[in-house]
Design a binder for this molecule. Structure first.
Ligand code: SF4
Length: 405
């Protein structure tokens, strides 16, 4: 009864938020029979990839078991209840390439390569790379992890940005997330990167939404951008603007989602789940807004004591983590919320599976081109443009992640 009341209140709260969103474009969430059919087809794809990767029938069975175990390490025995269908592909998460695509098959083969090295088909060294392409930003967010570098002189030229992307692509990578600073301040550089890059990688921008007007969304789509992860830290405009220290921050989130959706870019909202924000009621209000905006994904990022938050008491306690985990399971894995955006919650996976970044499946490349374990763990470990890039990458990987190993 209380839960129903809270949900109703959350719906009322978001209906009070006047948005200018054109909701004509956006994702479709699939459940029930259609989901089962797609899952069956995905199983055939897995078999097809396994048969392509290995000759030995015993290894076929072992590798299938490996994939099942891998999935269980992330989610236990919870069954998938929904997928997002957008632009002809079916997605189970923000960081997994959509099925049905050659990139999805390569993603599976790349995971199998960790089980038993594959010689028969090409695999990707990385699943996703975060690459901060600019130090410039108009905002001054409470939690900014790039705070110490913000608005300093750029280090990398456009050509060097493209060279970094090339070196990463030469190793094989499913997704590159271009971040900053505010990446759209360097719009021309993004277009150059997209136009020169190999098309085998999905490119995303990680943005506050600033400058993602219709013209830019159209240019980015035409250049090959896959999607936009747009930061939104509260469902109440004034609170988001205060968090971001920028009076038009919420306006730009609305604009960005609308323009990205209208140009067939996949959209995700990213929420910094602060101690003050975490409550079932607030999370529900946020999801109501996310649904109304027609985004495909919502990402939960737990605050870390880096950048602007350094030396601050921002880490969540077990009770707050419990609220987030229960909410994540309820929204993603129960029938009642089948048509709400899919939540990606790194902390949930990392606590069960360990860290997949830190050189394993991903790294964070900062605005100097230096390699770090992840966007929240700033330990520079050589530069991508250095001649000893490979050995530095190996050092980074063997040092691993200090938080989730
Ligand atoms: S968090 Fe992002 S949007 Fe906010 S100040 Fe830092 S770089 Fe800018």
């Amino acid at each position: 009864m209380i839960a129903e009341f809270k949900e109703k209140k959350a719906q009322e709260t978001t209906s009070l938020i006047s948005t200018t969103i054109d909701t004509s474009n956006g994702p479709k969430f699939i459940n029930g029979l259609r989901l089962k059919l797609v899952q069956l087809k995905i199983k055939f794809t897995l078999l097809k990839v396994i048969l392509k990767c290995y000759y030995n029938p015993i290894v076929w069975i072992q590798s299938l078991r490996y994939l099942i175990k891998l999935r269980r390490r992330f989610l236990g025995n919870i069954k998938v209840h929904k997928m997002v269908y957008i632009n002809g592909k079916y997605h189970i998460g923000l960081y997994t390439p959509g099925w049905n695509s050659s990139l999805y098959e390569k993603f599976i083969a790349s995971n199998l390569n960790d089980f038993k090295p594959i010689k028969l088909v090409e695999v990707n060294r990385f699943n996703n790379i975060f690459f901060a392409i600019t130090k410039k930003c108009a905002l001054q967010c409470e939690h900014c992890f790039e705070w110490d570098n913000l608005n300093k002189k750029e280090t990398l030229s456009d050509d060097q940005l493209m060279e970094v992307v090339k070196r990463i692509q030469d190793k094989g990578v499913s997704q590159i997330h271009l971040s900053g600073g505010e990446p759209l301040i360097r719009m021309d550089a993004i277009l150059k990167i997209l136009n020169h890059a190999d098309k085998s990688t999905n490119f995303w921008v990680v943005t506050s939404g600033f400058k993602l007007n219709n013209t830019n969304a159209k240019r980015l789509k035409e250049a090959g951008l896959k999607g936009a992860v747009i930061s939104l830290d509260h469902f109440i405009p004034e609170k988001h603007n205060t968090f971001r220290n920028f009076k038009d921050a919420f306006y730009w989130v609305e604009e960005a989602v609308k323009n990205a959706n209208n140009n067939n870019l996949i959209t995700a909202l990213s929420l910094c789940t602060t101690k003050d924000f975490i409550s079932e009621e607030n999370l529900m209000s946020y999801m109501e807004l996310a649904k109304k905006l027609k985004v495909s994904f919502v990402q939960f990022l737990e605050p870390k004591a880096v950048g602007h938050y350094v030396n601050k008491d921002v880490l969540l306690n077990p009770q707050q983590i419990g609220v987030l985990e229960n909410f994540f399971i309820k929204m993603n894995f129960t029938n009642k919320f089948g048509n709400y955006p899919l939540i990606t919650y790194h902390g949930y996976y990392q606590r069960r599976q360990g860290c997949l970044s830190a050189g394993k499946k991903g790294i964070y490349i900062d605005t100097d081109g230096d390699m770090n374990p992840c966007p929240f763990c700033h330990k520079k470990n050589g530069n991508v443009l250095d001649s000893n890039f490979n050995s530095n990458l190996n050092i980074l990987q063997s040092a691993g992640c200090s938080s989730y190993n």
